[in-house]
Design a protein around this ligand. Structure first.
Ligand SMILES: C[S@@+](CC[C@H](N)C(=O)[O-])C[C@H]1O[C@@H](n2cnc3c(N)ncnc32)[C@H](O)[C@@H]1O
Length: 226
């Protein structure tokens, strides 16, 4: 558990943020280590904000999307709700507990020809500029080789990792980055402003930059190109 949240902070539904509730309920029962913080008010506000801005700035039709530090992949369903013809979404997280939970939450997308697939991997060890080559675990436990190209690189976990990943992103790929200034030990790379985030990531073409004040912290977001 990263930090404790009050039960009343959990909000489940809004206009754009659609979660598959039967899958959520089944996942919570199946995985006792499920971290409810992914449903906190601040999390939902932050994801809604990202989805709206990304949709307005870039569009999603036909896009191939990578989610770095993708955690439980809770962006996938709302993105597909907005745009059913996204080509695919891939989530990469270093925590081996995340992939099964992410796939359980996004079961219908997983079963729909892997529109969504989660993989356990450090995002610092992959080259996003070219076709990304990696192995992903299937539900039967075996591994499949993957070779995926991405148009959009989303990282909502920048505060959890060094900025190394961005060196391996090309100037043609849209970068969507979120970070925050919340002072807890897990946040090894905190950042308190969109301008500092832009500087740290070397973003040169800015499509959007902004700041969201939540009850717990301030979140910064930038959408743009290197
Ligand atoms: C708590 S979660 C997500 C928090 C984030 N603020 C958000 O709202 O999406 C942060 C995730 O980053 C992942 N992570 C940290 N370092 C990573 C790395 N090098 N590669 C992939 N995932 C990483 C962690 O395992 C964790 O699941």
């Amino acid at each position: 558990m990263l930090w404790k949240i009050r039960k009343e902070e959990i909000t489940l539904s809004s206009y754009i943020y659609r979660i598959d509730l039967p899958s959520l309920s089944q996942t919570i029962q199946e995985y006792p280590n499920f971290n409810f913080n992914c449903l906190s008010k601040a999390q939902i506000q932050s994801k809604e904000w990202l989805i709206r801005q990304l949709y307005e700035c870039v569009g999603l039709s036909g896009k191939k999307i990578a989610m770095l530090g993708g955690w439980y992949g809770l962006l996938a369903q709302p993105l597909y709700e907005l745009c059913p013809d996204i080509t695919y979404i891939r989530s990469f997280d270093i925590d081996p507990d995340c992939a099964n939970i992410a796939e359980s939450l996004n079961k219908s997308l997983l079963h729909d020809n892997w529109k969504f697939k989660a993989t356990t991997y450090s995002v610092n060890n992959l080259n996003w500029k070219e076709k990304v080559k990696y192995h992903t675990q299937k539900t039967d436990g075996s591994y499949q080789f993957m070779s995926d190209r991405f148009d959009i690189i989303i990282n909502t976990s920048c505060e959890h990792m060094p900025d190394t990943w961005v060196r391996n992103v090309s100037s043609e790929q849209v970068i969507v980055a979120q970070t925050n200034d919340f002072d807890i030990p897990e946040h090894t790379n905190r950042c308190d402003s969109p301008d500092l985030l832009i500087e740290k990531l070397g973003i040169k073409t800015i499509l959007y930059k902004g700041r969201l004040n939540t009850e717990q912290y301030t979140r910064s977001m930038v959408i743009g190109y290197k």
